[in-house]
Design a protein around this ligand. Structure first.
Ligand code: BG6
Length: 479
């Protein structure tokens, strides 16, 4: 008997800007990722202040889900998906983020996507804002630094809640909101890049701006959670954290304390606010030591209290270590690197593979919050080869996923209440960190390459049938 819930939400995860393409079709406006060029593991992608004719912008076509959604959702259904995590592209609905009236064509597109999911018995899990801030809000307000963006976001949410109230039950307010605590998040998450053109890793914002922008996002998230609870009791609202588990490199108490500080800033700060409805006790010192003086409006703290999420979701790919030793060998990772762990292998992009870390992480989160959890991203970014007979034997991906699912099941045995699992990039799509196509995660291969060429044809990888069996047996047969 499977230990997982009978209604466990098996599925896969995507984000609009990384797979829809059609960036300027049917009235869509430009969003931050539409201003991002391609890059690689060794050469960072850039954000530009205008679309430059001599640069390649991977989001513009991506894998063109916009025109392939029926075929793609049918393939997800063939694997047995119960759930499909996707995001709505804000600028399809409000092209600059500031209009009073929505763009009907944009709304119609997601009607069609949700109807297609329904025909296949697939439950959508919708990220409202997945690294897709309207670029006009960057130019006008310096992204989320501007308090005015709260109203823009609330208008957008009210519009999509009303439109899709009978089609969508599960919503996430912001993807990986905690990425806003670090440089990479300046572009991807908070959009505090007004006038900035350069590598996405090269922004020089101060923590003052970052934490102020995050405060506005917390308030925006809480307002819409409260609103949804009052108007649509059938909805479930979640947060979403990029969980970068870190271990103290040694048992030296200095390393332990440094790691605790790292875990708080990176992983706990945002969810403590979104789940508990208040800033944590350690926030005051964190702000003081980083030169942050938050500007709040009367009523902000009350709204945070009233708009706490119903479930907690996170991405988990890797772990790293924290060391007080400046000589400690370093490794890269999802949005943030750290000290290298000598016990762990790593992907070609230097992300350390740590399945047991997922069990540990699920337990840590559940101990802290005691609300249902969902792993909404996990997976191995790897280069795939097409064999002469057309097959793609991605055993390395199967191994990675199998080991993580095993540990997820152990965590459930430990007592964690787990709602579901949607591995990242269930169909190959553009990498968020590098803009590459070569970094593939999918069960479905897409013929699209780093130079922008490719037929866009879809083909099943070996992992496709493997995952189908995993879902069919509710995680009992992982062989
Ligand atoms: C998460 C993001 O950080 O990781 C996704 O929510 C992203 O948008 C995924 O694509 C994998 O990262 P990458 O950089 O390999 O695409």
């Amino acid at each position: 008997m499977s230990v997982l819930r009978k209604d466990f939400l098996w599925g896969g995860a995507t984000a609009a800007n990384q797979f829809e393409g059609a960036w300027d079709v049917d009235g869509k406006g430009p969003s931050v990722p539409d201003m991002c060029t391609n890059g690689s593991h060794t050469s960072p992608k850039w954000v530009t202040t205008a679309v430059r004719p001599d640069r390649l912008y991977p989001s513009h076509e991506a894998i063109d889900f916009y025109h392939h959604y029926e075929e793609d959702i049918a393939l997800f259904a063939e694997m047995g998906f119960k759930c499909f995590r996707m995001s709505i592209n804000w600028t399809r609905i409000f092209p600059t983020g500031m209009e009073e009236e929505p763009n009907e064509k944009g709304l119609e597109f997601y009607d069609k996507v949700f109807d297609c999911c329904k025909r296949h018995g697939i439950e959508p899990l919708v990220t409202i804002s997945h690294y897709e801030l309207p670029y006009a809000l960057v130019e006008r307000y310096n992204g989320w630094e501007g308090r005015e963006v709260i109203d823009c976001y609330v208008r957008y949410c009210k519009t999509i809640f009303q439109r899709y109230k009978d089609k969508v039950k599960y919503w996430l307010t912001f993807n990986e909101i905690n990425s806003g605590t670090m440089a990479m998040g300046d572009t991807l998450c908070t959009g505090i890049i007004k006038g900035y053109e350069g590598p996405v890793t090269g922004t020089v914002n101060k923590d003052q701006t970052r934490f102020q922008a995050l405060h506005h996002m917390f308030v925006a998230s809480a307002i819409v959670v409260k609103y949804a609870h009052e108007h649509y009791p059938q909805f479930q609202l979640g947060n979403m954290i990029c969980f970068v588990t870190s271990y103290a490199y040694t048992c030296n108490p200095t390393d332990i304390l440094k790691n605790q500080a790292q875990m708080r800033r990176m992983n706990w700060y945002c969810s403590d606010v979104q789940v508990r409805g208040e800033y944590p006790a350690y926030a005051k010192r964190l702000w003081e030591e980083n030169g942050v003086a938050l500007k709040m409006e009367p009523g902000d703290l009350e709204i945070l209290k009233e708009g706490t999420v119903d479930f907690y979701t996170f991405s988990y790919y890797m772990s790293n270590c924290t060391s007080a030793d400046p000589q400690a060998a370093q490794t890269s990772g999802n949005l943030a690197g750290g000290a290298k762990n000598p016990y762990l292998p790593a992907s070609d992009w230097g992300w350390q593979i740590d399945p047991q870390g997922l069990r540990y992480t699920l337990n840590e989160i559940y101990d802290r919050y005691r609300i249902p959890l969902m792993v909404v991203e996990n997976g191995l970014g790897a280069r795939d080869e097409i064999e002469p007979d057309g097959s793609i034997n991605d055993d390395y991906r199967i191994d990675y996923l199998r080991q993580h699912i095993e540990q997820m099941i152990e965590a459930v045995k430990d007592g964690v209440d787990l709602m579901g699992y949607t591995p990242w990039g269930c169909i190959d799509l553009v990498s968020a960190s590098t803009g590459e196509m070569a970094k593939r995660y999918g069960f479905i291969y897409v013929e699209k390459y780093d130079d922008g060429t490719g037929s866009l044809a879809r083909r099943k990888k070996k992992s496709f049938d493997w995952y189908k069996k995993v879902i069919a047996t509710n995680g009992e047969d992982l062989a």
